[in-house]
Ligand binder design. Sequence first.
Ligand SMILES: [Zn+2]
Length: 125
Amino acid sequence: MEIKIKEVNNVSKNGQLTNPRLIREKETVDAMIQIYCSNNHNTESDLCAECTHLSDYAEHRLIHCPFDENKPTCVKCEIHCYTREMKNEIKMVMKYAGPRMLFRHPLLTIRHYINEHKSMGKLEE
Ligand SMILES: [Zn+2]
């Protein structure tokens, strides 16, 4: 099946993500980056420049994500809109922070895994 990427902009006038699905994904990604950054880059409440860039990048991809409500989580997505470099970075963050999320953000983590589970199978690489 060929997927056409249409130009979308999932933000309201004040720059907030409009769709609850994307907001949850953004929260999950940010929580993971936070854990990764504070443990690996010795930051406290603020992210380091590198991780801020990754967080902004992830948000930017979500803003232009064409899947809206039916979007699989980014890890399982078949479009792979991340550049190779950013994809490697986010994978590293998720690998590190994923297991640790269970303790710090159990609800987000459970949602994340449910969403991934739903989209597994047809989206395997
Ligand atoms: Zn960092």
